[in-house]
Design a protein around this ligand. Structure first.
Ligand code: BTN
Length: 252
């Protein structure tokens, strides 16, 4: 059902489809250990039985209705300190896809959710393997809600819910892979400022006063920036505070 994309140089040229698996990230991590697995390999399934999310969460997606896949890249060119750029590249590729599809507010919620009108449509899980001071393999896992219309959480949505009609999975994958490749090539060309600027422009709650919590304490603040190593910078009454991936929650 999924076909090799015609409009990419290397992403998706090796397309591994499995009807069912535990997690495409796990499968991709295994495949990436084999020397014959080329960069750009995509592992995609119709049904993930133990999908993994950020912070040890699980990722649930109704079988056959959504895109659940992982991409293997080999960013040996990337400095370890810049690893968050892989998250930025992926979030931006999904945002590029949605922007061309729907006339709604598309934002990226740090660290790497993509939202339509404030509701989550996509989750991203990037897992890196490092040897010495270099990345050997990175697995970019993407769960994009496409045709599912009912969710356990009221904060989730799908492309079909927004568009009011079913969406072609294979066609959407093809465009998304092309977007991901062009954003990844920008990274390979060290266009870090451009990527960061695009990410900041799309950042949810940026430059707005909101309530957050960290270590069981609630506070008000304004998201201003994401620093070079991917931490969130929030301006508060106590000055600029910096948060790592698991250190802050969005309240209201
Ligand atoms: C999150 O929002 O917490 C991240 C969710 C990432 C889900 C995707 S689905 C494909 C890939 N395989 C996994 O096990 N997880 C990612």
């Amino acid at each position: 059902m999924y076909k090799i994309p015609a409009n990419t140089l290397f992403l998706g040229k090796n397309l591994v489809f499995v009807p069912e698996c535990h997690s495409t990230n796990d499968l991709a991590l295994q495949l990436s250990q084999k020397p014959e697995t080329p960069e750009g390999t995509v592992v995609i399934t119709n049904h993930q039985t133990a999908g993994r999310g950020q912070r040890g969460n699980t990722w649930h997606a109704a079988p056959g209705m959504n895109l659940t896949f992982s991409v293997i890249v080999k960013p040996a060119f990337l400095a370890l300190k810049d690893q968050f750029y892989l998250n930025m590249v992926t979030s931006l590729a999904v945002r590029d896809l949605l922007k061309n599809n729907i006339d709604s507010n598309i934002e990226v919620k740090w660290p790497n959710d993509v939202l339509i009108n404030g509701k989550k449509v996509c989750g991203i899980l990037v897992e890196n393997q490092i040897h010495g001071s270099r990345f050997t393999n990175s697995v970019i896992g993407i769960g994009l809600n496409i045709n599912q219309e009912e969710f356990a959480l009221p904060t989730a949505t799908s492309l079909a819910l927004i568009r009011g009609q079913k969406v072609d999975l294979a066609g959407t994958l093809e465009i998304l892979l092309a977007n991901l490749e062009s954003r990844y090539l920008q990274l390979r060309q060290q266009k870090l400022t451009l990527l960061k600027d695009d990410y900041l422009r799309a950042l949810y709650w940026r430059n707005e006063l909101h309530t957050f919590s960290s270590h069981d304490k609630t506070f008000e603040g304004v998201i201003r920036n994401v620093d070079d190593i991917g931490r969130l910078q929030v301006e508060t009454d106590e000055g600029l505070r910096v948060f790592d991936l698991k250190e802050i929650s969005y309240i209201r």
